[in-house]
Design a protein around this ligand. Structure first.
Ligand code: NI
Length: 182
């Protein structure tokens, strides 16, 4: 089932998320719905708060970007209860967008390499090191679990520039090509 994507201005995007406990949610169904929602919206990542659920869970699918960014090839995963355990000092600035902020694209500075610990859909624990665009997608989704959106990380001048667009999204005046909750 395709779920509506909660847009900027919805309080759930600014709420602290809770750990996922094994057995507490119909996790299989939720993850299947999130994959369907992500594919329909043609995005590369979706976090639980973006479908209205304040839980520490996100999915990523970098395959669409694999032609330009080889590190994204077959990078399709579920991250449950993730924890960033290391970030490189080296950073990269690159344009980002977000399904919860339609029509906005801004450069965001992020670490080039990260190490992340997480559980998969079977609650098996993994630790992985990711670079470049794979790291960027994960850090963007991880931000959603920390009640942040990417425009929190842009310069004050750029944020001022986006103010009207953000205001319009929050007022429900911005249309998206996918199902939304606004
Ligand atoms: Ni996002």
């Amino acid at each position: 089932m395709i779920l509506p994507i909660y847009l900027y201005g919805q309080p759930v995007l600014r709420k602290a998320t809770e750990e996922v406990v094994e057995g507490e949610l119909n996790l299989k169904q939720l993850i299947a719905d999130m994959w369907e929602t992500l594919a329909a919206a043609e995005g590369c990542g979706l976090a639980a708060p973006q479908v209205g659920l304040s839980k520490r869970l996100f999915i990523v699918d970098g395959n669409e970007l694999a032609e330009d960014y080889p590190e994204c090839k077959d990078f399709k995963k579920v991250f449950i209860n993730p924890e960033i355990i290391e970030e490189s000092e080296e950073t990269i600035s690159f344009a980002e967008g977000c399904l919860s902020l339609p029509g906005i694209s801004e450069n965001v500075v992020r670490p080039r390499t990260i190490t992340i610990k997480y559980q998969d859909a079977d609650f098996q624990e993994h630790t992985e090191t990711l670079t470049d665009f794979a790291a960027r997608i994960v850090l963007h989704e991880y931000d959603h679990l920390e009640a942040h959106v990417f425009t929190d990380r842009i310069s004050p001048i750029r944020r001022q520039f986006c103010k009207n667009k953000l205001g319009n999204i929050a007022k429900g005046k911005t249309a998206a090509r996918y199902k939304t909750k606004r």
